[in-house]
Design a protein around this ligand. Structure first.
Ligand code: FAD
Length: 416
């Protein structure tokens, strides 16, 4: 059986590796870019995704790229702590959370794909423009066309998915929340214990930071950060737009605490990329004949909750599982959609309500000038409920994740 995957971002290579592990041998990945350049800044892989990388036998390679955050803490604009929780193994998961550079993750995944499936598997410079039945049509850099026919087409072509637009031609551009994100990396002295992810502020203005690597010989650590604010701007979702640091640092003047100096970090950023906080509406259908959507193509969502890369990983693994275990492509795509679409729809709704970050908004509404003690404004029970609800919806509550059966599967010999 020939499987054609569109897109060599995160979902695409994880799908290829999952299919290979399940015994499929005829796999092609078609990617628009003529070279993989490892773009982006930080991304988090939550325990439910790290479990899948572990079961694929590649977790050591990915873990070597980043760090394992131990704690997630939320603060108000005054630098006062609202909520703090252990993460990954410290929170009782059998698998860690990993913070990695998105570009390095993409390159490593595609390197492993080449090692396991051979160099020929990756067709760069193939931009999907049309799908007719079992045949995908690509435009090559010189303008010529190439057709690839397959038994199943997995469209992992991201938030601007062409495959999706062919089935939803009137959907238009991604939907903008009105918030703008400035994403960057900086090399600074470690903050707090050097392995904590922090979120500071509220729904109007926020700063997120987490370590991306260990402490170097100068006592410094590379961190990823996302500064976020509501401004008049544009909804043009280009991942690579560079911007000046100074105007953004000025938005955060006064956000200097004895444990973190937000404007200084922005001024010292190695790079600063502007991106609108966009998502897309949930879809009523992901699969059309022998084609299905996965990753951001199926369910682009806001980054709060750090679930984009993790849900893409789960989609890919689930698809490979059903393609290996169901009697036909149609049955496999249907089983995949039954499991994954409602889960992602629920998660998308929750990210629109700011997900677990709701505690920051509650603190802002109830105590805009700060508090003497957080429990004066939000009870412990309320704080715990918000954190637990999101983990359940996202499929990564420790109990359910640790108990869930594996997605490792093996295809019957005559179907590979
Ligand atoms: C350049 C870039 C930088 C990013 N930076 C970050 C970041 O810093 N932090 C973060 O959390 N998330 C980032 N993301 C998004 C993140 O990778 C996704 O949210 C998530 O991991 C889901 O992955 P995906 O594979 O579904 O989509 P993506 O990672 O977006 O991958 C989609 C792939 O499909 C390819 N593609 C698109 N259109 C076509 C076409 N017509 N034909 C063939 N191939 C096509 C793209 O070139 C890309 O390689 C970035 C995405 C991109 C593309």
């Amino acid at each position: 059986m020939r499987v054609l995957i569109i897109g060599a971002g995160i979902a695409g290579p994880v799908a290829a590796l999952s299919l290979e592990a399940a015994g499929f041998t005829d796999i092609v990945i078609a990617e628009r870019s003529t070279e993989l350049r490892g773009l982006g800044v930080g991304v988090n892989l939550l325990p439910h995704a790290v479990r899948e990388l572990t079961e694929l036998g590649i977790v050591d390679r990915i873990a070597a790229l980043g760090v394992e955050p131990q704690t997630l803490s939320y603060f108000n604009r005054h630098g006062q702590q609202i909520w703090s929780e252990p993460r990954g193994r410290a929170a009782g998961y059998a698998w860690p959370q990993l913070s990695v550079h998105r570009g390095r993750l993409q390159l490593e995944l595609n390197d492993i794909v080449r090692e396991r499936l051979g160099d020929g598997v990756l067709r760069l410079g193939h931009k999907l423009i049309e799908v007719q039945g079992n045949t995908a049509i690509f435009e090559l850099p010189g303008g010529q066309r190439e057709e690839i026919t397959a038994d199943v087409i997995l469209a992992a072509d991201g938030i601007h998915s062409v495959a999706r637009s062919l089935h939803y031609p009137h959907e238009g551009e991604p939907l903008w929340s009105g918030l703008t994100l400035w994403r960057g990396t900086a090399v600074i002295e470690p903050f707090l214990d050097g392995s904590t992810m922090v979120m500071v502020g509220d729904a109007e203005q926020k700063f997120v930071a987490y370590p991306l690597g260990g402490v170097d010989e100068h006592g410094k650590q590379r961190i990823n950060f996302i500064a976020e604010r509501r401004i008049a701007g544009s909804a043009d979702a280009d991942w690579n737009r560079q911007v000046d640091r100074e105007p953004i640092a000025r938005f955060f003047e006064g956000w200097s605490y004895d444990w973190l100096d937000v404007p200084a970090i922005i001024r010292d950023a190695e790079e600063l990329l502007e991106y609108p906080m966009v998502d897309r509406d949930a879809l009523p259908q992901w699969s059309f004949g022998n084609l299905t959507l996965l990753g951001d193509a199926a369910h682009a969502m806001y980054p709060n909750g750090s679930n984009g890369g993790s849900q893409a990983t789960l989609d890919a693994r689930t698809l490979a599982y059903y393609l290996a275990t169901e009697p036909s492509v149609e049955a496999a795509l249907s089983a995949y959609e039954v499991v994954r679409r409602p889960a992602c729809t629920k998660l998308l709704e929750m990210t629109r309500q700011t997900g677990p970050e709701r505690v920051m908004q509650l603190a802002r509404e109830r105590a805009p000038e700060g508090f003497a003690h957080v429990h004066d404004v939000i009870s412990q029970e309320e704080l715990e409920a918000i954190a637990a609800d999101y983990k359940l919806a996202a499929g990564f509550h420790p109990d359910s994740l640790n108990a869930r059966s594996s997605l490792n599967a093996r295809v019957a010999g005559d179907r590979e």
